[in-house]
Design a protein around this ligand. Structure first.
Ligand code: PLP
Length: 450
């Protein structure tokens, strides 16, 4: 079954064919799930569609609902599913490891964990070789920030306005959007101007924004800092690619102030940007700590901090461990992910299909006044909707409407940005040109009827 908005069958976009039928679903209805959710799940959890979607199966770049309808998952989970939903190699690795040993503790040796750490370290440049495994991106960034404070003996952290780093104390502090912050103690963070080529005050001039970081060091700290942390393409913040030349200049200032540089690759890592395996490589810098999660386990809870032996040394000052971080089932999945990315040339595919998709979206921008900006790299793309180009007034309601209608046609995309007016397109890296066409044609179909 295909999802469709069947009112004008002449031009309804057609989903690429796919040879898989999910087993019949005999579980509870949408209303029963909603009732349970209301009674038993945190009220902070939101679902984005007017008519809620009950997703019961996933295969590669597609999801299936409780009626067997297929959807192109152009959000890729939440930029988490890099190899594709239930990729057979990842599933096999998980099943094999689960049958053999489901859990191990730091007290014993286990090759699933050591092999993964070795393979992961081999993907990083320079002296970045020591891996600490966590369960999430938040935990990875919390640890990175703590290590920077221990290593430098300073407390001051510089991060970016509009960045997102997690939902615990230090990471919520480093996050630069009020919508994700609660009023609890998150001290020691200074938020620099966002080097956002579309909305930022200096346009695409990376060096001018970098001067703001030097100013923060000079006027807001003792002259010494612990760290600078940033994404290279902001994900939650609405796919904002940092202005060119920004990171090299900032890394220079931070290191002069005795600080270390943390690259948050939770969304932009693992070949997603197509041109490189890691987002930071596009700016020609080598960080001192790299944090990652999401794609690392194809959606399985896993995160990591990778740093140098010298910085990792700080963790020997006290006892430090994590019960589930580095669970062998998760690391078996992680190892399979690295192999699939290589075996299936997913980085190359992200580049090819991503460039094609971006070109098609740019053409849409010329067609529809409501599209203010199209940006991003590889299969990490953003489309910002505005009601007028001069003021860049966020078209929030229109964004929700297009998302909702695209879902009815069979395409799931994400939404983000501080104003909630940016589509986030971060599909599994096995996305095809036909999937890209279907995604853009569906957006076109909806926009042409607004
Ligand atoms: N860093 C970035 C760039 C993220 O996008 C996210 C989550 O969206 C996090 C950190 C936090 O990761 P998690 O939700 O796994 O804790």
């Amino acid at each position: 079954k295909e999802a469709s908005l069947q009112e004008d069958n002449v031009s309804v976009p057609k989903m690429p064919s796919f040879d898989y039928s999910p087993p019949p679903y005999n579980g509870p209805s949408v209303d029963e799930i909603l009732a349970k959710r209301k009674d038993y799940l945190s009220p902070s959890l939101l679902h984005s569609y007017k008519k809620p979607l009950n997703v019961v199966d996933g295969k590669m770049q597609y999801l299936f609902d409780d009626e067997g309808r297929r959807y192109v998952d152009a959000f890729g989970g939440i930029a988490t599913v890099c190899c594709g939903h239930c990729h057979p190699d990842v599933v096999d690795a998980i099943v094999k490891q689960t049958k053999r040993l489901q859990h191990s503790t730091v007290l014993y040796l286990n090759s699933a964990i050591a092999d993964f750490a070795e393979a992961l370290a081999s993907k990083l440049p320079g002296d970045l070789k020591v891996v600490f495994l966590t369960n999430s991106g938040t935990e990875a960034n919390e640890l990175a920030i703590m290590m920077s404070r221990l290593y430098t003996g300073c407390q001051d952290i510089i991060s970016l306005r509009n960045g997102y780093h997690g939902n615990a104390a230090a990471t919520m502090g480093a996050t630069g959007q009020s919508i994700w912050k609660y009023n609890v103690v998150q001290s020691g963070v200074h938020h620099a101007l966002n080097p956002d080529p579309y909305r930022g005050v200096f346009g695409s001039d990376g060096e001018k924004y970098a001067k703001d970081v030097q100013d923060l060091i000079d006027f807001g700290t003792s002259g010494n800092v612990a760290a600078f942390i940033s994404e290279t393409i902001q994900g939650v913040g609405g796919i904002v690619e940092l202005a060119p030349g920004y990171l090299p200049a900032v890394y220079g200032s931070i290191r002069n102030a005795g600080g270390i540089c943390i690259a948050d690759e939770v969304q932009s890592g693992f070949a997603r940007t197509g041109s490189h395996f890691w987002g930071f490589e596009s700016q020609g810098v080598v960080p001192d700590i790299v944090t990652m999660a999401k794609s690392i386990g194809n959606g399985i809870p896993l995160g990591a901090v990778v740093t140098t032996a010298k910085i990792a040394e700080v963790l020997t000052r006290r006892s430090y461990f994590n019960t589930f971080g580095g669970n062998p089932v998760c690391t078996a999945a992680g190892l399979a992910v690295l192999r699939v990315i290589e075996k299936e040339n997913l980085q190359e595919n992200a580049l090819l299909v991503g460039s094609y998709l971006k070109d098609r979206l740019m053409a849409m921008k010329n067609k529809y006044e409501i599209i203010g900006d199209v940006r991003g790299r590889g299969l990490m793309l953003g489309v910002e909707l505005v009601t007028d180009h001069q003021e860049k007034t966020p078209a929030k309601a229109e964004t929700l409407h297009v998302m909702d209608q695209m879902k009815e046609l069979g395409v799931l995309i994400g939404k983000g940005g501080f104003y909630g007016n940016v589509f986030r397109i971060t599909p599994p890296l096995c996305f095809t040109k036909e999937d890209a066409d279907f995604t853009v044609d569906s957006m076109d179909y909806v926009m042409s009827r607004m």
